[in-house]
Design a protein. Sequence first.
Length: 371
Amino acid sequence: MDDTTKYVGLDVSKDKIAVAVADEGRSKPRYVGMIDYTVEAIRKLMKKLGEPELLQVCYEAGPTGYGLYRLLKSMDIECEVIAPSLIPQKPGERVKTDKRDAIKLATLYRAGELTPIYVPTENDEALRDLVRAREDVKEDELRAKHRLTKFLLRNEIHPPKGTRTWTAKYWDWLDSLKFERSASRVTFQEYLQQLKEYQQRLKILESEMEEQAKESVHAPMIQTLMTLRGIALITATSLVAEVGSFSRFQTPKQFMAYTGLVPSESSSGLTRNLGEITKTGNRHVRRLLIEAAWSYRYQPAVKGELKKRQKGHPTNVLGVSWKAQNRLHKKYFRLLGRGKESGKAIAAVARELAGFIWAISREADGDVQTT
């Protein structure tokens, strides 16, 4: 009876899965074939390949999501989802087919050359979908604003002097506009209506995010992160949705590396050169941290909305929040004093803010940690 481990590479598309197997040892991987992407076909294939405890399966992360991963896990089969950007590439490799990709996955997986990603739970994934849906609508809203303002500019229509854009007074002015030509009137009305529709969608999505921050399994962590300056409801919910479990990072440096805010390095011998930030990892988290970091330009203080958000939280959590305010504020102006550009200084503040987020997440879990 064959009791050796089989390393299975799956090249997954919407309707089909290409399958290759590399047996334990140094034998040449073999291509099994193409199957339909259905539960029945997958179960039949795995049963044909061997016992669940002898199978190690991998496939690339992609638009098909994590349904295949969860199906294999339910069958007690070990499975990992691979980061596509970290798959080794041979120089000069120009031919790419499903068969070749499956064989390559099986070969590299057996050799331990592939990097798996964190697979979110179904609750994590649902919250992430909600957060990214809001991001999409926010981008649509910005485009709609640009279309409307550029239309007004082309027609030399300007708001009254002293009226700031998108204030209540500005909206009243938009609603009062009249056009002589019907073509211009219809164009303006459509642009305006489209913008209002996007804003209504935002309200619906943000209302659900508020509910998630109060009632969901993620609520305790969201509310804890909101004790930090610059991290209110939207940012805290988005961070929790993107990261999933902070406990998977054993040190703050690991979390900083995940954000892509650590400097790149090119060193040889006694020479050590640090370059721009790596920008690897989760770009959504990186953007959120950079946006939040700008608030640390201001003098440390606990007032207004931040004071409300901190009400009722334990002193150890509030202690981390206050330490972050003092340390990051000083860091920003210290870097400016050294001649650093404000953007680079903010990136450095955002990197250290990631460390405080890691620390405060540990405090929320009951672990006493320091940054």
